[in-house]
Write a protein of this length. Structure first.
Length: 226
């Protein structure tokens, strides 16, 4: 049986985690990004990886001509996401998953050709809130095959220090997607998930959302508790 061939466009945290999950799940994986360092990071976890601007129709035709599905991982780069999704539809890609940051943007991406959209912050907030109010829910949430999201209460050694996303990926093989503060959230309401900005420094009581393989998450949590 032929493996499903899936293209991942944009190797941000979400894109990198998706490539890893697809590779571990046995899919034929192709990745493209303008950042050579990001492309180099997935060379051992993809069947093919390319440095290029996916908003360029010629580049996109070259990497997407025979794929079964595509993941458009752009976050705030909404115009780029729209252009890529529309071109993928023209190329006849039947399954197009696009990341959206708001419901309105999700509607636009579906209108131009996305067959599915995902709003990471919203979906994480729903899962994390359910986890916090339901003791029967495990505190490790499955994101994709072999990939998980775990709420991690910031330990003392991280308080007041900027979170280095690149260092987390390089040293611990995990990614940080956002954070929330459970203190003061009224009963029955969901905590507000905040993006992990470049200037964010954790305070005592903050909870980070970490993503990665189960063993990597366990190793990281263990090292921070020692």
């Amino acid at each position: 049986m032929r493996k499903k061939k899936i293209l991942v466009i944009c190797l941000n945290d979400f894109g990198l985690a998706t490539v890893g999950a697809l590779w571990d799940g046995g899919a034929e994986t192709v990745a493209v990004d303008e950042d050579a360092a990001a492309v180099d990071e997935v060379k051992d976890k993809s069947d093919a990886s390319f440095v290029g601007d996916a908003t360029d129709p010629d580049v996109l035709r070259g990497v997407a001509s025979d794929v079964d599905a595509a993941v458009v991982a752009f976050g705030e780069e909404f115009e780029a996401a729209v252009l890529v999704v529309a071109e993928l539809k023209k190329l006849g890609v039947k399954e197009i998953l696009a990341r959206a940051t708001t419901p309105t943007r999700a509607d636009v991406l579906r209108a131009v050709g996305a067959t599915r959209t995902v709003q990471l912050e919203r979906e994480m907030a729903i899962h994390v809130a359910a986890d916090m109010v339901s003791p029967a829910t495990a505190d490790v949430l499955e994101l994709a095959s072999s990939q998980y999201v775990r709420p991690w209460p910031v330990t003392a050694s991280f308080v007041g220090k900027k979170i280095d996303a690149e260092d987390l990926r390089r040293r611990h093989e995990i990614a940080a997607f956002g954070w929330f503060r459970p203190d003061g959230v009224p009963k029955g309401e969901k905590p507000k998930i905040e993006p992990l900005g470049a200037d964010y420094s954790p305070r005592a009581g903050d909870v980070l959302l970490l993503a990665g393989e189960m063993n990597a998450l366990r190793r990281f949590v263990k090292t921070t508790q020692e």
